[in-house]
Design a protein around this ligand. Structure first.
Ligand code: NAP
Length: 314
């Protein structure tokens, strides 16, 4: 493919940070495009959001779609192709996409999010898509009235367990510590559910089955005791890893591989901003990602206006 595209602002990633940045950037009349693999990112995989202001309770995918429509209503383009390379040539950023297009931009906002961390036990890779899942809203409904397990002790794991408890017969929640990292309100709700069994402090040892997942072996972290749980699915919710590999040193990262940003969402590369879970910001929350997406777009707006004033761009 030999397509060349040129924009004022290119946003990489279509989660809440990227889509909010698109709303702000397009509304400020900059020619804006979002390059993304999907709409919503991790938000689209979240069964329920109940802490986004003004919306009491909403499915993650629905909130993401509303954000996309709002961005498009201001003229932003949403292009389903991923950016795989980026460099600076004179005053423009030049990028390559997965489908082979060349994309040029005057400013760039990176909001490419994270991908799920794997447990790394025997059977995990083998049964991926055959009972091992990293997305409860995508795969949960396939396990209606079955026995399943969730691995993890953070907000994602407990939200997943709560969602599955409504449709499955039994949910084992396997966590490596007796204390949960998740918010107390979620922990209290999970503890009150009759069909959720909390399995702590255990770590997965092996996932077994013939053609599909049939059981998971877990190991007590102190005694070493092994226990086998009969389950049809293993939902892995043990955190995530920033999607920054493709940047190859273009912007500065911290030790976790997250993009280092300042309060204005500026990265180490002038003209490149970042927002959302891909950054070194502490709070990985939808509302925070959206807020930082807005800040990144406003900073890009200021950067571009300055270059226009200096006569670099028209
Ligand atoms: P997280 O908060 O990093 O929690 C990861 C969990 O997985 C922890 O309980 C951790 O155990 C466990 N874990 C990590 N590596 C493991 C391994 N190799 N084997 C077994 N267990 C392992 O990740 P998250 O739950 O995906 O949440 C990510 C961010 O999104 C958080 O900031 C969270 O607050 C946010 N979030 C918010 C909401 C909400 O507000 N409703 C919903 C979802 C996510 P330890 O506790 O022992 O470290």
């Amino acid at each position: 493919m030999n397509i060349e595209m040129e924009y004022d602002v290119v946003i990489i990633g279509g989660g809440p940070a990227g889509l909010t940045a698109a709303i702000y950037s397009a509304r400020n009349a900059w020619k804006t495009a979002v390059f993304t693999g999907d709409v919503g990112g991790q938000l689209a995989e979240t069964p329920e959001i109940e802490n986004y202001p003004g919306v009491k309770n909403i499915e993650g995918a629905k909130l993401a779609m509303e954000m996309e429509q709002q961005a498009k209503s201001f003229g932003a383009e949403v292009i389903f192709d991923k950016i795989t390379e980026i460099k600076k040539e004179d005053v423009l950023f030049v990028m390559k996409t997965e489908f082979g297009a060349t994309v040029k931009a005057k400013a760039v906002i990176i909001a490419a999010g994270k991908h799920p961390r794997e447990i790394g036990v025997k059977g995990e890779k083998e049964f991926k898509g055959k009972g091992v899942s990293y997305c409860v809203t995508c795969d949960g409904p396939f396990f209606k009235e079955k026995d399943v397990c969730v691995v993890g002790g953070g907000n994602s794991a407990l939200t997943a367990a709560e969602y599955l408890a409504k449709i499955c017969n039994k949910v084992y929640l396997i966590h490596r510590r007796t204390e949960f990292r998740a918010e107390k309100v979620l922990v209290d709700r999970i503890k009150s559910l009759e069909n959720v069994e909390i399995v702590v402090p255990y770590v997965p040892e092996e996932i077994r089955g013939k053609d599909r997942v049939e059981e998971i072996v877990v190991k007590h972290r102190e005694t070493g005791e092994l226990k086998t749980l009969k389950v049809d699915a293993v939902f892995v919710e043990i955190g995530s890893i920033p999607n920054t590999d493709w940047l190859n040193g273009f912007v500065e990262l911290n030790e976790k591989g997250e993009i280092i940003v300042d309060r204005e969402m500026k990265t180490s590369q002038e003209g490149v901003f970042a927002a959302g879970d891909i950054t070194d910001n502490r709070d990985k929350q939808v509302v925070v990602a959206a807020g930082h997406g807005a800040t990144a777009a406003l900073s890009a707006n200021e950067y571009l206006n300055d270059l226009v004033r200096k006569g670099v761009f028209k």
